[in-house]
Ligand binder design. Structure first.
Ligand SMILES: CC(C)(COP(=O)(O)OP(=O)(O)OC[C@H]1O[C@@H](n2cnc3c(N)ncnc32)[C@H](O)[C@@H]1OP(=O)(O)O)[C@@H](O)C(=O)NCCC(=O)NCCS
Length: 147
């Protein structure tokens, strides 16, 4: 597996994985992904196996915070450590950009993602009632990435 910066030409493959991972109401739109890919201040990394994208993560260093917008692993490749590896890669990029803490939001019912974040050292700092729509709660999770 190798990591590289995502390019605009990756948009179709990125959308395919997004569609496999989320129901329509939960997805980021193609326009959202296009704008993330075009922003030079966003670190957007894809993981590839045999030249195929198997996962991706996008984050932004906002001063002392590294904020994760999205992380997805192709369903056929989940549970193999790719999500964790992508998170470690983006944490390194954010640390190098000056971030001292990482932050992200996650749906309260996304047990798998929450388990992954916890195993990487993230803790829940806020409960976000109806953050994703009526009755769809979230959590803000945070991790310190430097002394
Ligand atoms: C959440 C997601 C990114 C995790 O990626 P992944 O490559 O499957 O995860 P990894 O293989 O790196 O596993 C990381 C941790 O997730 C948890 N995990 C992995 N597979 C799991 C499973 N089948 N059941 C429960 N927890 C699981 C474990 O805690 C694991 O840590 P461990 O290896 O120390 O036990 C991936 O499942 C995904 O893309 N899900 C759909 C999109 C999504 O929910 N994104 C996050 C939005 S906030």
């Amino acid at each position: 597996m190798n990591f590289r910066r995502a390019k605009l030409e990756d948009l179709d493959e990125i959308m395919r994985i997004e569609e496999l991972c989320f129901r329509p109401s939960e997805r980021f739109s193609r326009e959202t992904y296009r704008s993330l890919l075009l922003r030079r201040d966003i670190a957007f990394v894809v993981a590839e196996i045999d030249d195929r994208i198997v996962g991706f993560v996008a984050a932004e260093a906002r001063g002392l915070k590294g904020y994760v917008y999205t992380i997805n692993v192709h369903p056929e490749h989940q549970g193999k450590g790719i999500g964790k590896a992508l998170m470690k890669e983006i944490e390194t990029i954010m640390r190098n950009a000056g971030a001292k803490i990482m932050e992200l939001e996650v749906r309260a019912d996304n047990k798998r993602a929450i388990k992954m974040y916890e195993s990487l050292g993230y803790t829940t700092v806020f409960f976000l009632p109806s953050y994703y729509g009526p009755g769809k709660n979230g959590y803000l999770m945070r991790k310190r990435i430097s002394e």
